[in-house]
Design a binder for this molecule. Structure first.
Ligand SMILES: [Zn+2]
Length: 303
């Protein structure tokens, strides 16, 4: 839901949002798909939760609760199976209070655990050991809780995000601390509106983009499939309003959960301009219930 323009204008004035970053001279939008490999993308939601609109977006309706999803994505590539975020795992299924903890569960209200990511993979005949790599958009528990169910996987984050993730309270950092982690750097130049990127397989199919602000090493993932492209924003945006307006999260959440929300506005402006220049791009915010309308239901895939 878009906010009224007048409300947006007055909110912008009192928030004094940082200005958009300087545009790069790179051509925005659609990719050349002729050389891309055969790949697929699936989304599994391991939990649902309450997400009051005024917490998700500054100026949002206090009475409206759009609900939220906790999601892991399976990207199948000829060189390996990749999860983008791990969602929540068996440990949380055994004890749903494990996440988010007794204090936060009061603030979040409803939290309903579904199938852990690893359990859902069985629908495809896959075991946890068949996952080669887990790329993390960031290291908050709702994105790494399921890591323990993929002991054979190599986990990929930036060094900055790894340091941040290991510095969280021990019950939240434990899945990361136990994982086999390899860091990556944004070693490529401009890509769309971004000044740097990392081409994970080197063939243009999986592009990692820097989006610091929610956490210091937050990363977005552009998945270039043979027929379409999907941008997985992680929690750079919780809901569509965050990047479509663009507008930060609500006052208290952005101060509690974002490490630097003003820095995080850069990615929101960048995605906003990219989506305007590239209307076919499927943009998925971190916890937006509307993501379900943009993707086939598990276990169906996008190609
Ligand atoms: Zn999250």
């Amino acid at each position: 839901m878009l906010l009224f323009p007048s409300l947006t204008a007055s909110l912008l004035a009192c928030l004094s949002l940082p200005s958009p970053p300087a545009a790069t001279d790179q051509v925005l939008g659609p990719v050349n798909r002729s050389g891309l490999p055969q790949t697929s993308l699936r989304a599994h939601h391991s939990a649902r939760m309450s997400l009051p609109q005024h917490q998700a977006v500054a100026g949002g309706d206090r009475k409206q609760d759009d609900g939220g999803l906790i999601t892991a994505y399976l990207f199948e590539h000829p060189q390996g199976r990749v999860l983008i975020d791990a969602g929540l795992g068996r440990r949380t299924k055994m004890d749903p209070k494990d996440y988010p903890g007794p204090l936060l569960i009061k603030a979040l209200g409803e939290f309903r655990m579904g199938d852990p990511t690893v359990t859902a993979l069985a629908d495809l005949g896959l075991s946890g050991d068949s996952i080669d790599t887990v790329i993390l958009t960031h290291t908050h528990y709702d994105h790494i809780g399921g890591l323990e169910d993929f002991p054979a996987a190599e986990v990929r984050v930036t060094a900055q995000e790894l340091a941040f993730g290991l510095n969280q309270p021990s019950n939240w950092s434990e899945p990361l601390a136990r994982a086999n982690v390899e860091t990556f750097t944004f070693d490529g130049g401009t890509y769309g509106p971004f000044s740097r990127h990392h081409d994970f397989f080197g063939d243009g199919s999986l592009i990692l983009l820097p989006a610091p602000g929610h956490t210091p090493g937050s990363t977005m993932v552009l998945v270039n499939l043979p027929q379409t492209s999907v941008l997985i924003m992680g929690d750079a945006a919780w809901t569509e309003e965050n990047w479509a307006e663009p507008m930060p999260k609500g006052g208290l959440p952005r101060r509690v959960f974002d490490s630097d929300w003003e820095q995080g506005m850069a990615a929101l402006y960048q995605v906003n301009s990219w989506a305007k220049a590239w209307p076919e791009l499927v943009v998925l915010s971190g916890h937006d219930a509307g993501n379900e309308d943009k993707l086939p239901a598990w276990p169906d895939a996008l190609h």
